[in-house]
Design a binder for this molecule. Structure first.
Ligand SMILES: Cc1cc2nc3c(=O)[nH]c(=O)nc-3n(C[C@H](O)[C@H](O)[C@H](O)COP(=O)(O)OP(=O)(O)OC[C@H]3O[C@@H](n4cnc5c(N)ncnc54)[C@H](O)[C@@H]3O)c2cc1C
Length: 404
């Protein structure tokens, strides 16, 4: 492995050892799982064994009791190596945060120790045919199971479920039982062994290939207490927890991937200059320097916005402010919009900076080609068009233009 391709240690912190181990496994398998569009089973095994699946589980349940900033640190570090592995981890942690914050005691007490012990990898089911990514409506409805008091039946088609073939459990959004309209949405937990799972179609995308985000049909019956939050009140879970953590977690993963790409390019350029006694003419090119500068500027902008948004969301969780205020939701959406565009553009800058051989060929140690393919999914993963439309409405609600 060349110097520029070798993973560097994570940025320190309480979970640096576990993170470095997971990164090393991700590094080992990234090329193979990308080529074959395979889920990185070995990375998941390492996340289980190292305790990182329980990062967001409070210590009283046996978890690591990580903070939001620690979740972002681990996501950035994994993203530097492989965006699919990072997204698998960050999305699981979003699901865990929903359980921690919104599940009533019987479900929380059942689930959280299993997550902490690495036995419960959670997948997310919100997208649905007909409504696409729209979170606050649902087509398929939960119904009371005949002859089994307190049980709910579900029959749900899920067109895209990251890690769905390997998950131990699912958080699934569905129309609340007996709700007359599509906007009364419930979130329920279902264990894999409570469901019949039928996979359909083939997973063969441009990028994010190792996320193995397959289409599944889920049918089965669950006890009534497996609802997360109140029936019909998924909106509260989205506003308070799922939305903020999704945008923060995804953005951290994207930032990590763009930062990893920049780092590999910079190391390659420095090594190449060293090999020529520091006389590599490319490093004097004004065009190259300004492209490197622009890429770095984009990443510093995303990083500042990421940490500021995390501070606002943390303050809200501690009771300092209401996260659902328009100015807070606008900030959270702005992070997703900015990160999804700027991280992708930074990699494009780098491709222009280093040219065809190290920017476009698949076997270059810079791995820019893979970073570009993976990051192209960012504006699509909850469509930016959809977010801009929501932000237009939120902007009208904040005529004074206050800032979070
Ligand atoms: C790598 C990856 C992993 C994913 N993993 C999961 C997962 O585990 N679980 C899950 O449930 N989902 C997952 N998703 C799906 C994701 O969260 C989005 O819901 C999904 O990508 C949106 O699907 P869509 O673009 O087909 O639909 P839509 O969101 O409906 O968008 C389709 C297009 O229509 C336009 N559009 C639609 N509605 C509007 C509107 N109101 N205003 C303006 N324009 C609009 C947009 O231009 C958009 O490009 C994943 C997506 C990706 C890329």
């Amino acid at each position: 492995m060349s110097e520029s391709a070798r993973p560097r240690p994570a940025a320190g912190g309480r979970f640096a050892r576990q993170t470095d181990q997971a990164r090393a496994v991700a590094e080992k398998y990234a090329q193979q799982t990308d080529a074959a569009a395979e889920f990185p089973v070995a990375v998941l095994d390492e996340l289980r064994a190292g305790g990182l699946l329980g990062l967001m589980v409070p210590t009283e349940y046996g978890g690591l009791g990580g903070t939001l900033d620690e979740l972002l640190d681990v996501s950035i570090a994994l993203g530097r190596t492989d965006l699919s592995a990072a997204l698998i981890f960050a999305m699981h942690c979003q699901q865990v945060a929903c359980v921690v914050t919104h599940a009533a005691p019987p479900l929380a007490e059942e689930l959280l120790p299993q997550i902490a012990a690495g036995r419960m990898y959670l997948a997310s089911v919100t997208t649905e045919p007909g409504k696409g990514g729209h979170l606050l409506t649902a087509g398929a409805q939960l119904s009371a199971e005949e002859g089994r008091s307190g049980h709910l039946e579900l029959d749900r088609f899920a067109p895209i479920v990251t890690g769905g073939a390997y998950a131990d459990g699912f958080l699934i959004s569905m129309r609340a039982p007996e709700a007359p309209s599509a906007d009364a949405v419930s979130l329920v937990f279902a264990r894999r062994d409570q469901l019949e799972i039928t996979a359909s179609g083939e997973w063969d995308p441009l990028g994010m290939r190792a996320s193995h985000s397959v289409a599944l049909r889920l049918t089965g019956s669950i006890p009534g207490h497996q609802v997360v939050g109140e029936h019909g009140e998924f909106r509260a879970v989205v506003l308070q927890t799922l939305g903020p953590l999704a945008h923060l977690g995804w953005s951290a993963c994207w930032l990590g991937t763009a930062a990893g790409a920049l780092s590999r390019v910079l190391r390659m350029l420095r090594e190449s200059a060293r090999g020529k006694d520091g006389k590599d003419g490319r490093l004097e090119s004004e065009l190259l320097l300004s492209r490197l500068s622009r890429a770095r500027q984009r990443l510093d902008t995303v990083h500042a916005l990421l940490r500021h948004t995390a501070a606002v969301v943390t303050a809200a969780a501690e009771g300092g402010t209401d996260v659902s205020l328009p100015r807070n939701q606008l900030l959270i959406n702005s992070l997703k919009l900015t990160a999804s565009e700027e991280c992708h553009r930074a990699v494009e800058d780098l491709i222009d900076a280093v040219g065809l051989r190290h920017g476009y060929l698949r076997n270059s140690p810079t791995r820019l080609e893979k970073a570009l393919r993976d990051l192209r999914s960012a504006p699509l993963n909850y469509s930016n068009d959809r977010l801009h439309q929501a932000d237009g409405v939120l902007a009208l609600l904040d005529a004074g233009v206050s800032f979070a």
